[in-house]
Design a binder for this molecule. Structure first.
Ligand code: HEM
Length: 372
């Protein structure tokens, strides 16, 4: 009899559509907080369901990302091939800083109350084990515009192209269905931006403002955002990422301040950039183009009005991985393979022998709270 084909590991809700609201939480995990984090992972899906089911039409989703250093503190066994800490990108005039971040929680829904409630439940579970180092509430601004007034997200790949762009495939079979995500909080100097004519703004973005049409090549400045973020691979094919940016802001002088975010009216105005990719190198190449320039010196005109205040990179494991995370480092049973060896990789995800989906190792650590 033919063995039944293994179901494919289920991705997290990476590719769920842009929503009316989002909360972006970046946390660092305290030394000794690893067990609390590991115990939360299998409960994430159930907690999302508990909050989301109270208003199903709100479409609440939660994507969890794990930073490179935390990964090694949490898990034994094979490691995602392209996982590394975010590397700062320093050009002559602009800097994309690398800032601390062990965990990313990307919460999306049509309603802010759903995101807010789930953020409260999750941070409650992590109390004492992790500190929130950045918390941003993003909102939909008219027809998915950023606070610069331009529609943001138009050229995102869709359907199969989105899956190809965002989800790991055969290049790292142990982690197929996972993703990588880079987040950056940008602060805008809106007074400076709004002093430009609409034509100058359109030249900075590379698209028309009202109608959101891409400028013709001959009209598109080399330092426009679109010119610098459209990149191609060695085969000439365009290399894409999937973005779910959201505007955020506050008025007056009581909110968090930032050098470029405080204009004459006072307050903080920004874009939270979030880009998912199957290979973080694609997003990193876009960042080099923007911050160092392509050719070097031809930097992104948007950066004259936008300052990157944060920058972190996370691995987004599959939903199956979160349901059954691998053993903690140093807890492998006698006789089992050491992490990182060929034997451990073979006994892990790529060769499931227990009927599991083969993502992560085969044992559950601890489990508290609602089951998924
Ligand atoms: C201040 C922060 C940013 C703002 C306000 C912004 C805004 C925009 C806007 C308005 C567009 C045109 C419409 C669209 O296709 O979405 C766009 C396109 C794009 N952006 Fe950004 N963006 C920001 C940062 C970034 C960063 C950091 C990256 C990558 C590292 C990036 C990658 C892209 C890509 C790939 C496109 C599509 C280009 C194309 O295929 O035409 N953006 N962005």
């Amino acid at each position: 009899m033919q063995p039944e084909p293994q179901p494919r590991p289920e991705p997290q809700a990476v590719l769920s559509p842009l929503t009316g609201a989002a909360v972006f939480l970046v946390l660092t995990v305290e030394p000794g907080g690893e067990d609390t984090v590991r115990a939360l992972l299998p409960d994430l899906a159930g907690l999302r369901r508990s909050v989301g089911f109270r208003a199903p039409e709100g479409g609440l989703t939660c994507v969890t990302g794990i930073g490179s250093e935390l990964w090694d503190r949490l898990f034994d066994g094979p490691r995602p091939a392209a996982l590394h800490p975010f590397r700062e990108v320093a050009g002559a005039r602009h800097l994309a800083p690398a800032t601390p971040g062990d965990l990313l929680l990307h919460l999306r829904a049509e309603r802010m109350d759903l995101c807010f409630e789930l953020a409260g439940q999750l941070t409650g579970r992590l109390a004492g084990a992790a500190a929130v180092v950045d918390s941003v509430q993003g909102f939909k601004y008219f027809d998915d515009r950023d606070l610069l007034g331009f529609v943001d997200g138009t050229e995102n790949p869709e359907g199969r192209a989105a899956v190809r762009a965002a989800l790991v495939g055969a290049e790292d079979p142990a982690f197929a269905g996972a993703s990588y995500v880079i987040v950056q909080k940008y602060l805008h100097d809106l007074d400076k931006w709004n002093a430009l004519s609409v034509e100058e703004q359109e030249g900075a973005v590379g698209r028309t403002k009202l109608t959101d049409i891409e400028l013709a090549d001959e009209a598109k400045p080399a330092d426009s955002h679109v010119a610098l973020t459209v990149i191609t691979g060695p085969d000439g094919e365009e290399r894409k990422i999937v973005r779910f940016n959201m505007p955020f802001g506050s008025f007056g002088s009581f909110g968090p301040s930032g050098s470029a975010g405080t204009g004459g009216r006072g307050g903080t105005f920004g874009t939270y950039f979030i880009g998912y990719a199957r290979d973080p190198g694609v997003t990193e190449e876009m960042l080099r183009n923007m911050f160092v320039g392509n050719p070097p010196g031809t930097t992104d005109r948007l950066l004259d009005f936008s300052t990157a205040a944060t920058g972190s990179l996370f691995f987004v494991p599959t939903a199956d991985f979160l349901d059954s995370p691998p053993l903690a480092p140093g807890t492998a049973e006698p006789g089992t393979a050491e992490p990182g060896t060929a034997a451990s990789a073979a006994s892990g995800p790529s060769a499931p022998g227990d009927g599991s989906l083969g993502i992560g190792s085969l044992k559950q650590t601890s489990r508290t709270g609602p089951r998924t």
